[in-house]
Design a protein around this ligand. Sequence first.
Ligand code: ATP
Ligand code: MG
Length: 401
Amino acid sequence: MREEYLLIRFGELALKGKNRKEFERQLRENIDHAVKDFPHCEVRRTYGRIAINLLGEPAEEVIEAVKPVFGISSISYARKADLSEEEIQQTAYQMFSEYKDRKTTFKVEARRSNKDFPVHSTKLAPSVGSYILHHTEGIGVDVKNPEVTVEIDVREQGAYVSCGRINGAGGLPTGTGGKVVSMLSGGIDSPTAAYLAMKRGVTVEAVHFHSPPYTNERAKQKVEDIARALSRFGGSINLHVVPFTRVQEAIRRQVPDDHTMTITRRAMLEIVTKIAEKEDAKAVVNGESLGQVASQTLESMNVINEVTSVPVLRPLIAMDKEEIISIAKRIGTYDISVRPYEDCCTVFQPDSPATKPKIGLVYKYEKRLNKEELFEEAIAETKVISVSNAKSGNKEFEDLL
Ligand code: ATP
Ligand code: MG
């Protein structure tokens, strides 16, 4: 059997100029981490791409492990042929025949960075194409719109032959964009928002507000499971569980019903901001989508946002619920989010929250609370859980955005 490889391409990274080296280094490290359960795999950075020498590890499983890594534009399974035209032809033919959804139209593309190899790429491609045609029935070449492309890359060490590309997760390598604090409820939206932020290269500290006994252990477990599912995309995640019962009870006692929601949200954001400062995180991420509920009108966002000077990123701001759900399903958080446990905000939700809260009234009501002490206490009693792993075994991971 010829040596088997995965060839990994980076796409957008190539545009990143000066930072490119650092991006490639981080991507390589993240790939190393993703394949840690396959000890024989050898990950190498070669010019313009990363190659994994499988050395007997199962290709399909390693592909599944590498697919969620951000910063990868595509992956190909390849075999290395010796530097002879005949070897390359045979390898290409063999791979085409084994291709899992064998197609009827194809084309061959060849590149030759090894100029010592005597066959020019413009000659190699048609020569391999005719070999495949000659040995296979019922297929044809289509250079404009082929169902599958056989690629040959002739380098110093050998010729890498692959058949078809698999989409990678896209985005930028986790760890190249600094840190954010992501507000995680047990709902569908916030994990999706965290995922989209992670896709742009940031690492995430997750914060969850927990209100026992109004919300139970299982609600907390649910958020832990969500964080674990997310950790598949960016290594381990710290989940900060903030005890929020006292704050919520104080708000319910002191604030008229129609303003409890606004003031609760402000309290959350103020506490999250303090955590962000402590963790040296440069932004807060939440799952708000414009107009979805009372707290997500522009008026509410204005009044709520007023407690913080840290940027609040809202990756879902313009998305419809169906779009959010379809991403949540693909990333494997949806099934966890729909488990029927109450979130602290649903428990305390008033019948008719203000959609246009007034800042003057908000200040007046907040004066009735002993905010500083309540918040300090909540932060002091916050527990941090480190969640990690979530090896494959999640739902089949399909092509991401
Ligand atoms: P989700 O589906 O994420 O729960 P939602 O549509 O239910 O969102 P809200 O309940 O208004 O919307 O929450 C808006 C955002 O506030 C959430 O997306 C999340 O980022 C944050 N949030 C809400 N509840 C909590 C909580 N208990 N802990 C941490 N963050 C929360
Ligand atoms: Mg919610």
